[in-house]
Design a protein around this ligand. Sequence first.
Ligand code: UDP
Ligand code: MG
Length: 319
Amino acid sequence: MKATNRKTKISVIVPCYNEAEALPYFYEEMNRIADGMQENDFEILFINDGSRDATLDEMKQLAARDARVKYISFSRNFGKEAAIYAGLKHADGDLVAIMDADLQDPPSLLPQMYHAVMEEGYDSAATRRVTRKGEPQIRSFFARQFYKLMNKISDTDIVDGARDFRLMNRPFVNALLELGEYNRFSKGLFGWVGFQTKWIEFENVERVAGETKWSFWKLLAYSIEGIVAFSTKPLAIASYMGVGMCGVGALAIIFVIVRQLLFGGSAFGWPSLVCIILFLGGLQLLCIGILGTYLSKTYLEVKHRPIYICKETNLPDEE
Ligand code: UDP
Ligand code: MG
């Protein structure tokens, strides 16, 4: 795929939400790496995901200084997934990389990723962190459980510790763009499209400035989104539970009738009855909840709302 008489262009997509403090560090480091990759042209595509701080000003300053810097600014916070989609849509490089603004995705891995795609024949080079140093223990624990569960119930392979940080070739990017769904769970989409991916491992790096945008609850909602987007097993589990409960009920009826015929006497056991009613009531609500979750995602999907709204940009082709 290497063009013969021009440099291979790499587009770097950087989703930013309140990253004014981190951006200068990011730009400096990215610049250093780009300088070291003389055989490539670069384009840095900053996506301002409705930041409330000076992120956009920071981007404009960088764009004024450096023609390789492009920015797209959203009308509000649409989430990192929407930012990634906007970036993929507007990146025009031969290769496209996605990178966090806080330097937790070390740009220094880029030459290695580039080598994997251009020389080793992979379609994409992805990264995964092998440690979660510097992260709250409880968060790591739940994250690990999530990946275990996810791999059990979904057909798409989702790698533990996988970052969104990856370098992709054109066919890979075009395949991702074909998936125009509203509920985007990139970690699953990357796996779903197939292709050959090389995994590069690295140790966790703490963010250079600012703070994480993900609270525990936001992560929990995100993981439910991931499950709903990539597995319908919870729906099947709900029906299995229904069948199981019917079986238990049938056995109980037989038991009560036989006991009545053999031993007679009046019916007793009101406390146990209350327990059973509560249990079954809870189970029914749980199943309706599972159903509702899928329904709500379907509802959002069929509305066909745009994934993001661009308010301001220095790209020529954006509306
Ligand atoms: N981000 C975003 N929109 C959001 C939340 C986060 O674009 O609603 C960006 C953020 O600016 C950063 C990346 O996504 O570049 C990862 O976010 P963060 O570092 O807060 O997550 P963590 O590394 O702690 O998982
Ligand atoms: Mg981070």
